[in-house]
Design a protein around this ligand. Sequence first.
Ligand SMILES: [Mg+2]
Length: 262
Amino acid sequence: MKKKLIIFDMDGTIYLGANLFPGAKETFRYLKDHNIDYVFFTNNSSHDLEFYYQKMTNFGIECDLKKNFYSSSEVTISYLLDRGVKDIYLIGNKSLKKKFEKHFNLVNEYQKERKIDAVVTGFSTELVYKELQDACLYLETLDVPFIATNGDYRCPIEDGLYIPDNGGMCEWMRLVTGKKATVMGKPNPEIVYYLAKEFNVSLDEVLVVGDRLYTDILVGINAHVDTLCVLSGESSLEDIKAYEHKPTYILDSIKSLPDLLK
Ligand SMILES: [Mg+2]
């Protein structure tokens, strides 16, 4: 299998919490030595990319903050800019707002006469009720796009527990407004197209690697690129058997990825 760009999920694929999987470091060394580009992509828009860069660097994986790290917020920004969006109502953490401020006018609160171009939501661990209320009021009164950086219902934390994520919040907003969010992160293929363009490779030169079927694997299937499901995280062989879409490849972990690329 010849590939020029590999899009990696992180949690459950490269590490679990604070623990790097055995062989991961050697796999990235192999990619580096063979001039295969890799990017780390996360649906999580609540952390700065700097956070992941630090984590990877501490693990001893060679990477560059600008070149190797992308989150659903970059894709969302590029999608909105392509469509001429200027004024938005945004729900998200401070770090997300800082990123969006560079490109858009962030409207502070709902005002009857105020026109906006889109309502945008990200995974916010700093959410307050007023934000949810104002976003819903805009969706109820204006016919504007409703864009979500990611559609994950829940986010895994330690001890096998979960906390509410953006997709869950968007479902709540849908029940209130009747409007359904367009999701930008995985499994929307937009990110694969965006990265293929950034790295100047064709889709058949791209491989998507991850542990979650309905985001990591589905994004590759939606973009018609090859996918590798690793069994080191969320999915088991039984889950893959039961899932309607099949990954192109299955491995226990990314340790044996170099063999696949030979
Ligand atoms: Mg994962």
